[in-house]
Structures are given as C-alpha cells and as structure tokens.
Write a protein that binds this ligand. Structure first.
Ligand code: AMP
Length: 287
C-alpha cells in the first residue's frame, strides 16, 4: 500500500523506523504529473532498495516569474496510482509552507556544470533545483536517489552537489524513457498541440543522426553539431536554443570529441521548451 506523508517530521520518523529495521531507502524526487519515465525511476529504486520514497513537490524556487509555476500540470490521484503500480511505498507531498515556512536565506549554487545550456534560457533554474534537492536529501537522509538522464545537465548538477557536500546519498542516473516515435516523455508534453506533437520526434531523429555520424568516424565537435542542426532545421516548428556535443562528465565542449560524449538539444516547439540528449562513446558502440 502506498502511503502519503505531508510533514517533514512524519517522513523523518517513518524513515528512522525503516532504518532501525535494517531497510535501505530509495528516493525519487519529482514534480508530479507522472509518466512512464518517472515510473522507471521508481521501478529502479524498487529493485535496488527496500523502502521507496517518491516526493511530489512543484518547487517554486526553480521557476522564473515568467514560467509555468501556477499552470504546471497536476493530477495527484493518477500520480498515486502510477507510484503504487511502480512499487513506491511512501509518497512525500509537502506544501510550499511545509518546505519554505519563511523566505529561504540559503541558496546552493553549483559552479561549472550549471553554466551554459539550460542556464542561458533559465539563469536561476539550477540554483533552485540544487537548493531543493539539497533540502530533500537533508530530509530523507542516507539513500540511493534516482534521477533521469532526460534532464542531463540537472543530473550533473545533482551529482556534483552531492559529491562536493559529502551528502550520504548515492545518485543514480536512469536512461530516458521515450514514446514509440522517439519523443522523450515529459510532463510538459501535454502542452503540445496535435501538430506540434507530430513534429516533436525531430529532436530524437537529430540526436540519432549526430550519434550515427560519430559512430561513422566523425570526431570534430562542430561537424557533429552541424549534422544535428540540419535535421532540426527540417522541422520549421522547432526553434533550437542550443545544440552541443560535450564531454559526458564535465559537460565541457572541446573542439575534438573523445571518450564518452553527450549530445544535447533544447528549444521551443510551440509553448513548451523541449530538451533531449543522447550518449555515444567515440570509437565504441552507442550508449
Ligand atoms: P520532473 O517531475 O520533470 O521534475 O522529473 C522528475 C525526475 O524524473 C527527474 O529526475 C527527471 O529527469 C526524471 N524524468 C523525467 N522524464 C523522464 C524520462 N522520459 N525518462 C526518465 N526519467 C525522466
């Protein structure tokens, strides 16, 4: 049975009891409106840990005033079904007042991996994410925490903060779950019109073209980015914000590709911004 907890104190006490009984904790932070991508994170936690906690919190700190905080899609009843089916034990659904009873004076800022890419369009976003994730890790305590590769820069930010601050958390990246036509699942896909939805797989097609160019022997960063950009340009509804081939760990962009590479795309398709990425190892099979 999946149980809902709304207070920090109650969650801490439940997890303390679980730990006393020797249980390991798996933690899956989300903003709700769950889909099969979130379910995959929960399933991974289910397999690897004894007690699976899923949080649902639409974190105001990571939204700019112009963004969709008030209209972010929500459906708690459906979320509870998804969590139950995927094997979640406990759902933490705090109110904004529970998380931020007074204006928060502390901000966690992660240099380096936060820079560029998403931060160009959303300059305050990762500080909001890093702050809430640090707070959630403080609330949940020692655990395995599961994050999607779908938000690749976010995953790098979370890995970095957890390591830098020696938090007792093992951060685990889970591969992106896609629709049958390649579109990466996202809560914000609901904003797409029918025409935009048809156009949306262009991101994955473009990433695959970039990956194939690398597999065929291309190692110049710019050439791979040109291949990706050309495919994206075939779809006039999509306006790219960035296309980049970067080192998979540091997110640094070098002139020549080597080792584990991540291809990153983001841009606007109608109302929503869509992001996607794909891994490929230079001189080896694709990830
Ligand atoms: P969100 O609710 O959008 O904040 O996402 C919560 C977690 O689910 C994050 O770690 C995301 O990276 C992850 N996630 C979102 N979409 C997918 C997907 N299509 N496949 C795998 N993980 C995902």
């Amino acid at each position: 049975m999946t149980e809902i907890v709304t207070s920090i104190r109650e969650l801490r006490s439940r997890l303390a009891t679980a730990r006393t009984n020797g249980s390991s904790i798996g933690f899956v932070p989300t903003m709700g409106y769950l889909h099969a991508g979130h379910a995959r994170l929960i399933e991974s936690a289910r397999v690897e840990t004894d007690n699976v906690v899923v949080s649902i919190f639409v974190n105001p700190l990571q939204f700019a005033p112009t963004e969709d905080l008030s209209t972010y899609p929500r459906d708690i009843d459906r979320d509870l079904r998804v969590i139950g089916d995927a094997g979640g034990d406990l759902v933490f659904v705090p109110s904004v007042e529970e998380m931020y009873p007074r204006p928060i004076a502390t901000t966690v800022r992660v240099d380096g991996v936060s820079d560029g890419f998403e931060s160009v369009a959303r300059p305050t976003h990762f500080a909001g994410v890093a702050t809430v994730v640090t707070k959630l890790f403080g609330i949940v305590g020692p655990c395995n925490a599961y994050f999607g590769e779908k938000d690749y820069q976010q995953l790098a930010v979370v890995r970095t903060l957890s390591g830098d601050l020696s938090l007792p958390v093992t951060v685990i990246g889970v591969p992106t779950v896609r629709e049958a036509d390649g579109l990466a699942m996202s809560s914000r896909n609901v904003y797409l019109t029918a025409t935009e939805r048809q156009a949306a797989p262009v991101l994955y097609r473009a990433l695959c073209a970039g990956r194939d160019a690398i597999i065929a022997g291309e190692t110049r960063t710019e050439s791979v980015e040109v291949v990706i950009t050309r495919v994206l340009a075939s779809e006039p509804l999509f306006t790219p914000d960035y296309v980049a081939a970067v080192d998979a760990t540091t997110l640094q962009r070098n002139d020549a590709l080597d080792g584990n590479v991540r291809l990153l795309i983001a841009g606007r398709l109608g109302k929503p911004r869509l992001l996607d990425n794909l891994g490929v190892t230079v001189g080896a099979q694709s990830l």
